[in-house]
Design a protein around this ligand. Sequence first.
Ligand code: F6R
Length: 648
Amino acid sequence: MCGIVGFTGRLQAAPILLDGLEKLEYRGYDSAGIAVAAGGGARPDGTAEGGDARPDSTAEGGDAQAAGSAAAFARPDSESAIEIVKAKGRLKVLREMTDDGRSVPGTCGIGHTRWATHGEPSVVNSHPHCAKNKRVAVVHNGIIENYQDIRARLTKEGFTFLSETDTEAAAHLLDKYYSGDPVEAIGKMMFRIRGSYALGILFADRPGEIYAVRKDSPLIVGRSEEGNFIASDAPAILRYTRDVCFIPNLEIVKLTGTEIHFYNVDQEEVEETFSQVSWDTEAAEKGGFAHFMLKEIYEQPKAVRDTVSPRISEGHVNLEELGMSQEELAKISRIQMVACGSAYHVCMTAKYMVEQTARVPVDVDLASEFRYRNPVMEKDTLVVVVSQSGETADSLAALREAKKLGYRVLGIVNVVGSSIAREADSVFYTWAGPEISVATTKAYSTQLAAVYLLAIGLGRAKGVIGEAAEKEMTAELMRLPEKIERILEEKERIQWFANKFSYSRDIFFIGRGLDYASSLEGSLKLKEISYIHSEAYAAGELKHGTISLIEDGILVVGVATQSGLFEKLISNMVEVKSRGAYVLGVTSYGYYSMEDVANYTVYVPKTMECFAASLTVVPLQLLAYYMALGKGLDVDKPRNLAKSVTVE
Ligand code: F6R
């Protein structure tokens, strides 16, 4: 989704904005722009001196065309103290246009990478958007749902809209309401707009000041000796500060170079606390790997270890952080899991795992469905929302729906302080560290680990499993990281295979039980980064229609790790092979009869069957990665996708 960065302080803003936007590239975008306010010139050393030292030679005007991307340059008009530069395409176009930010002087500015929702990717639709004479400039993440209504009314009042975006409505509303008090204007605007928003705002007559406000879209502020920041995600500003505050929902913030003030919706000043982000910049860099995705695949052993080991002591799972007594846990009669995308696949795995280990029925819903389906749930249902970002719009809405209905909500979340983490009754953090690649890998693995811990803890509280079983399971959980390492040591086998098949047109993944849940994830991973059409099927379901698609040479990936289902899956593999499919088998060491059917077999170390998904997912991630690479695709920036889906 869109990325936002803002800086005001002692340094030149534009280079900081570009640097921050670059760190947010992973979120997905199609255009970018910056707005820098006059006021505070630059010394040659890059620090600012007081007063308005805007050089005469403003940045070059006219239309710029770069590397196939249409790019336009908004010539600063003489009445305005805000200069805006925007470009369609990659951030490097904006960098080139601004000489890496050097040609846009000023120490206070906001920047944006846009992921188009309203209006095609174009210069005119890219942010910042402004009101007439650039009195106000705005960057926005989210969706203003009633923008058409606002647009119609404001047009009647004489406002002129230039873009097709919903954001421009916010810029004009602010202009309309502004009469010298920014917080008041923002407050009035908040009463007029519906939907979700994180806004960074500059007022031309308030040099050195940035205003920000958010509702249901993430936005943080950061502070440092050199100045203060806003950002939609911590990696954008980690290079400058780790001292951050997640702006609470519906709060307005005013930043100057030295001060930060928070206001509630009634425009009363309120106190907020800052915390330290424990991630370092290195965690958000590629560290020698070709792509973030590969780096994060390799970080899985550590991520799983970090998630599991603090919760296990002397063979016993400790779920104290849920804030529920053993009696309360034992009382849970049903679990309702909700999530989106890969996190939903974790929930599918959890269904099999929790039902077997704790004998508690588990319902799984896509968050986008759950939020509107008026669910019927039992009294002692625990609702579990799984989300890496903690900001996914549908998952957050599902959480609120569950709370409204009076259910206790547990969030399994990776980003500390995110909206889901703050609004859930209890949080179980996955300690994956920052996940930059759009395609999730290490966060997925830690989510699996989290649901295993939950299943074991619940099984114990309910007396379904005894002490010996708990010890055996936790010991094996602790061994998972080294087993993942062993798979990674043998990555060449899957790499070779992926290269051979990278130009496949359709691929099917089949599995039964837990292996079906893993197949869903393998299929999603493949299609999102390699753009190869693929589907995952519960293997027994294939012959109820989809088998008609199997023809000569089609690749079918069969995942088989469950002893009770192994033979069944082998039969399904024979069925597709006899119709011309080329079959890749993914199984555990020991199941050597796989080779009688599969054309090619990849083995993962043996583990307890309930944990097999943590191992089979690794070759499936590598398969997707190397197939995408084989096609020459940009693995970390797949088309049309965004890392954190903060709009509905
Ligand atoms: C796929 C992927 C997405 C996310 C989904 C939910 O690789 O990353 O399918 O799993 O958008 O995101 P979170 O977990 O942030 O709620």
